[in-house]
Write a protein that binds this ligand. Structure first.
Ligand code: ADP
Length: 503
């Protein structure tokens, strides 16, 4: 039974995740409140909510990171709970605390739990105390001890910021000569980026896989796990493709990881949804960190377990006990479609969506906030959407993903759809030969020269775009060419449009 009644939910986020949370809240009969910056007045999440409040200027520091402004919006709109989504304030203990102090429900773990897990050093200590294996390393990286450790374990080692996140605050150290200088530089960088200069070191695993466990905890102290996700396909230590279950993972290793995640969550006194991340090397696994929030890649778990994780989060926040999850089925894959140029080091892109073709069909889900005319600005993370496919097995989920990526077209904003299509269709992905180095090993020279756009393909794309936009083909060609401000080559301006592949 719920101990607290929730009627109005404020979503302290933007983009696809705000929309996704609003949808669930509405289905549960809640009133929803969106918050938005000056750059997002016309965004889908604002239109979707029952009420909305402007919380500040376009830079995130003025709006989506502005705690006072968000709490004021919650007060004004009569909200009784705040869901932080992911990113922005979702893992800031001071935000969770401010929400609690305002007498509102924070949809996530308690502030003190978040503080302990958000600090990578204290999370590592907690894991050790809970009997969970950690990557060989040292919690305190005094230069002498660090160099001694590296000499014993072998280079390279990885220097990490205690307060790091999102792939930032990490530095690989290759040799003894640069060890001390690297530690000092890493600490300086951490201080300026996160306001906290503490660093620690880990052995840098050469070719690990990244596998994580989804768990839920309630106020009664129940912890349940909901399988694992393999997130090894990354660029710049950030995930771009995730799948569940993790291929080639033995049942013994899976069970051991689920048990380790449970021990850790219990030791932390965790409530709500969280994820324990591990690096896996052969049959051995090592704790990396806990993400004390909903993950971007949560839909692949939802699809396999037939549940809605946001609904679970809201129920837990109201004091309900978690029901044991149903047995997982099949396989699910997610591709993150980012506004980036995969042929130029994943350089961020911006632009206006000239046309949008959304894939559909059995086992296909596309979570996006975009519509024709949406503007992708430089202010926020460039996630345009998440394409998720389900299959009764990996082969079917993969085939559906290739077909869905072919169908997806986000015209006018350079994006990663074409790149991901080649990744998913590749033999290496088919064989599930996964590691965090997959992209640099297999796709560092993409696209190959024979994939370059021909003039014929540009003409074909222009004709299609002109039909979609109701303008002359010459104008469409000009718009396509000009759509990408950074690089005016027509091929890049096509964004995810795949006509060039089908000539
Ligand atoms: P963040 O919080 O910044 O995301 P994580 O500690 O979760 O940092 O690590 C992100 C990614 O960095 C991992 O998925 C992996 O690719 C890489 N990584 C982290 N630690 C190690 C390590 N010790 N050895 C090899 N790769 C690592």
């Amino acid at each position: 039974m719920a101990r607290r009644k929730l009627k109005v939910l404020l979503v302290a986020n933007r983009g696809e995740i705000a929309l996704r949370i609003i949808r669930t809240a509405r289905a549960m009969g809640l009133r929803t409140v969106a918050v938005f910056s000056e750059a997002d007045a016309h965004s889908a999440h604002v239109a979707a909510a029952d009420d909305a409040r402007l919380i500040g200027g376009a830079p995130a520091a003025e709006s989506y990171l502005n705690i006072d402004s968000i709490i004021a919006a919650a007060r004004e709109t009569g909200a009784d709970a705040i869901h932080p989504g992911y990113g922005f304030l979702s893992e800031r203990p001071e935000f969770a605390r401010a929400v609690e102090q305002a007498g509102l429900i924070f949809v996530g773990p308690r502030a003190d739990v978040m503080a302990q897990l958000g600090d990578k050093i204290s999370a590592r200590k907690l894991a050790i105390a809970a009997g969970v294996p950690v990557v060989p390393g040292l919690e305190a990286a005094a230069p002498d001890a660090a160099c001694e450790f590296a000499a014993r374990e072998g280079f390279p080692i990885l220097v990490k910021a205690a307060a790091g996140g999102g792939g930032r605050g990490m530095r690989v150290v290759e040799s003894a000569e640069v060890c001390v200088a690297a530690l000092e530089a890493a600490s300086r960088e951490a201080l300026s980026a996160f306001g906290d200069g503490r660093v620690f070191i880990e052995k840098y695993l050469a070719r690990p896989r990244h596998i994580e466990v989804q768990f839920l905890g309630d106020e009664k102290g129940n912890i349940v796990t909901m399988g694992e996700r393999d997130c090894s396909i990354q660029r710049r230590h950030q995930k771009i493709v995730e799948e569940s279950p993790a291929p080639h993972l033995s049942n013994t290793a899976r069970d051991a990881m689920l048990a380790a995640a449970t021990r850790l969550a219990r030791a932390a006194g965790y409530t709500n949804a969280g994820t324990a991340e591990f690096l896996v090397d052969g049959d051995r696994f090592y704790f990396l960190e806990v993400n004390a929030r909903l993950q971007v890649e949560h839909p692949i778990t939802e699809i396999r377990f037939g549940c809605d994780l946001v609904e679970e989060q809201l129920k837990i926040a109201c004091g309900e006990e978690i029901a044991p999850p149903s047995a997982p089925r099949g396989c699910a894959i997610e591709c993150r479609i980012n506004a980036e140029d995969a042929s130029a080091g994943f350089r961020p892109a911006i632009g206006i969506v000239l046309d949008l073709r959304v894939p559909a069909g059995p086992g296909v889900r596309f979570d996006t906030h975009l519509a024709r005319g949406s503007e992708v600005t430089p202010f926020y993370d460039g996630l345009l959407g998440k394409l998720i496919t389900y299959g009764s097995d990996r082969k079917q989920a993969r085939a559906r993903m290739v077909a869905a990526l072919d169908e997806l077209a986000i015209l006018g904003v350079t994006n990663t759809a074409a790149f991901l299509r080649d990744v998913i269709a590749s033999e290496a992905f088919g064989a599930a030969d996964l590691s965090t180095r997959f992209i640099e090993e297999q796709f560092s020279h993409w696209p190959s020269e024979d994939q370059a756009l021909t003039e014929a393909a540009l003409i074909a794309a222009s004709l299609t775009a002109s039909g979609a936009l109701g303008i002359r083909p010459t104008e469409a060609a000009a718009q396509l060419t000009a759509a990408d401000g950074a690089d005016r080559s027509p091929w890049k301006a096509l964004g995810g449009f795949e006509l060039w592949k089908r000539q």
